[in-house]
Design a protein around this ligand. Sequence first.
Ligand code: ADP
Length: 354
Amino acid sequence: MQEQDKTKGKLYDLLVASLPVGLFVVDEKLEIIEFNAEAERLTDWNKDEVIGKQCSEVLQSSLCASKCPLKESAQQQKSILGEKASLLTKWGEEIPIIFSCSVLLGEDGKPAGGIETFRDATVLKKLEVQRKNFISVFAHDLKAPVSIAGGFLRRLLQGKAGPLTEKQQYYLQMIEKETLRLESYVHNFLDVSRVEAGQIQLSLAPWNIEKVLDELVAGFRVKASEKDLAIYLDFPEKLPIVSVDEIQMERVISNLLDNAIKYSSPNSEIVLRAWGEGDFVFIEVRDQGVGISKHDLPYVFEYFYRIREIGQTSGTGLGLAAVRAIVEAHGGSVWVKSEKDKGSSFYIKIPKSR
Ligand code: ADP
């Protein structure tokens, strides 16, 4: 038995040492009792130097002071997975990380320690910044040629370059229609990429969610009635106050409602639900429409992603990218649950304070 325990112990040591992610374990006082080789490599601290020290003292993570993930995990009694933060190395260099942590509860149900794993996200962060800049510059550079071409086209149509035959007029009108579409496309794209790149300053003010949701739904009822859709509102009498940029958030809810109507089956229901929980306000837009397959689900918030089978419906593939960019700019998050042919639920989560 003892021999077996020894082998298990060795196996545990080997496993911890060879993990390709940084890992540390703390006791109930948040003092470090384990620190693996990758944690040493990422932070430049030696295991001997950190054992017995408070984890916040060693890692000085961006979250240590405000909301210790280990304490939060203990409070919520669940693991925190794949969150972003940053930490300081021994030499004070800040590195972005992606971390997960879980708390270990003792027999009395009180936290008896915890475990946190983390990996370096420097490259990911760099790529993310490059991607945002690239998109923003690309959208900006597209704008000028498209609007100049549109201007010349309108002049031609006004006969400023001489009289046109009926056929020429017809062709130019068709080109103008498509150019206008392209212009609005580029305009939207530029807008979304600016929010995403943080180039649009949000004007935050307390949000009267109930009133805004009521008004938005009233505006969408006509469109919904064309497909015999019923829209229901579901929220408590009093919702917590959150500070948001109202124009941008209205755009978020409008995009979600517009999609719910567009992708709903006739004669079905759409529910717009809002509630407060913990430090967040949640909004859900649920429909009983075409749904989204597992294959497409991870990509629907990407730029220009449109699902082929239902490509006949008009759209740009920018709506959900805008939703995500705006909600994330508010420090929130968005996600979707959906089942093909059954319907979809889009959720947004906005923090009460940032
Ligand atoms: P689009 O302008 O094409 O609607 P979005 O970015 O708003 O662009 O949505 C991206 C894609 O996600 C859509 O083309 C559609 O295939 C899918 N989608 C969005 N909302 C829903 C929904 N409520 N039900 C089913 N599919 C949806």
